[in-house]
Design a protein. Structure first.
Length: 352
């Protein structure tokens, strides 16, 4: 099984991608990180079968609708939230399958009255959302929260898991990434050690925290599964062509599209002059040539009103070429995905 832990700096939210045998689920996606998360799904070569939200978040808008719109994934949300647009109304005891693995759905209310924890089938991992955090617990002072209910959720559900079970929280504000059931049982200052319900409720009811800045926007949007009032233009696509941001956040474009639109783009080959007539790969007719080492100094030679597709042997030097050109103020730029190796493999026209 593959696990990727992703982070949104604006809301300190963790998003988790779990994949098995070609299928994946995404837990707590963030709207603004859609392009990043979709790129990771594509690069891992997996099918996203479901997005799962641990609750109706108050500090960010879910990316569930964007993922469904782009990749066809189902949306799973706690049934009691009544969110519009969900495909799977999740309740305690449900299971979400991906590949040969499953996540067990457990109801863990308290932070809100509709919180879920997702537990991997072998109980080696649990994704606790805002229920249990690393040396903390989710606040309980809005969205029908209840400190008493949260205490029972943690003690009866999460702390009942094996002590080695890894706990992956929905947020962390100090750079911590993972903990274990045993650590939190012993060291959590709110609910660990000898704390009883009275201790916990007294602690939680006196946090004195300000409400999340995005609550007025996030909660209504999350009750629509993140669907905007007007669907946006996908952030990963430029107007001039199907430019896709890679997981490394580099703009790439498919060679087959470029081959059909040679008259609409400026091709820029950044290889050394000696490589242009390579017996195997050759070059693309009409491509302008500026070696990568000279590109920063010669960027002004390139047309500003025409999209630029940067080319090299494998797509590595040309990827850096897109960075150099964007620094120079040229924004309609993309890397030819896979370079001349991919171009030749697709039998697109080559001059030698």
């Amino acid at each position: 099984m593959q696990l990727r832990q992703l982070f949104d700096r604006g809301s300190s939210t963790y998003t988790y991608l779990l994949a098995s045998d070609g299928e994946a689920v995404l837990i707590d996606p963030v709207y603004e990180q859609h392009a990043r998360d979709a790129a990771l799904v594509r690069e891992l070569g997996v099918t996203l079968v479901s997005t799962l939200d641990t609750h109706a978040h108050a500090d960010h808008v879910t990316g569930a609708w964007l993922m469904k719109n782009a990749l066809g994934s189902r949306i799973g949300v706690e049934a009691a939230t009544g969110a519009q647009g969900m495909d799977d109304a999740l309740e305690d005891g449900a299971r979400v399958a991906f590949g040969s693995r499953e996540l067990l759905v457990r109801s863990t209310p308290g932070h809100t009255d509709g919180c879920l924890t997702f537990i991997l089938d072998d109980e080696s991992m649990a994704f606790t959302g805002d229920c249990l955090m690393i040396r903390g617990a989710g606040r309980t002072d809005f969205q029908q929260g209840s400190a008493a209910a949260l205490f029972r959720s943690i003690k009866d559900v999460i702390f009942a898991l094996p002590e080695t079970c890894l706990i992956y929280p929905g947020h962390d504000y100090s750079g911590r990434t993972v903990t274990t059931v045993d650590e939190e049982r012993r060291h959590n200052p709110r609910v660990g050690g000898n704390a009883n319900e009275t201790d916990f409720v007294g602690y939680m009811n006196n946090l004195g925290l300000p409400h999340p800045k995005q609550i007025a926007i996030a909660v209504p949007a999350n009750l629509q599964c993140g669907k905007p009032e007007e669907p946006p233009t996908p952030a990963q696509c430029d107007a001039w062509g199907p430019v896709v941001r890679s997981y490394a956040n580099l703009p790439e474009i498919d060679p087959e599209w470029v081959g059909r639109h040679l008259d609409d783009v400026e091709l820029l080959d950044v290889r050394e002059a000696s490589e242009l007539n390579d017996e195997e790969l050759g070059h693309i007719a009409g491509a302008r040539h500026i070696p990568i080492g000279e590109l920063a100094a010669r960027a002004s030679e390139l047309p500003k009103g025409r999209p630029i597709v940067v080319v090299c042997r494998s797509g590595k030097r040309s990827a850096q070429g897109t960075v150099i050109l964007r620094r120079a103020g040229l924004t309609s730029v993309a890397n030819l995905k896979g370079g001349m190796i991919n171009w030749a493999a697709l039998s697109l026209p080559i001059e030698r």
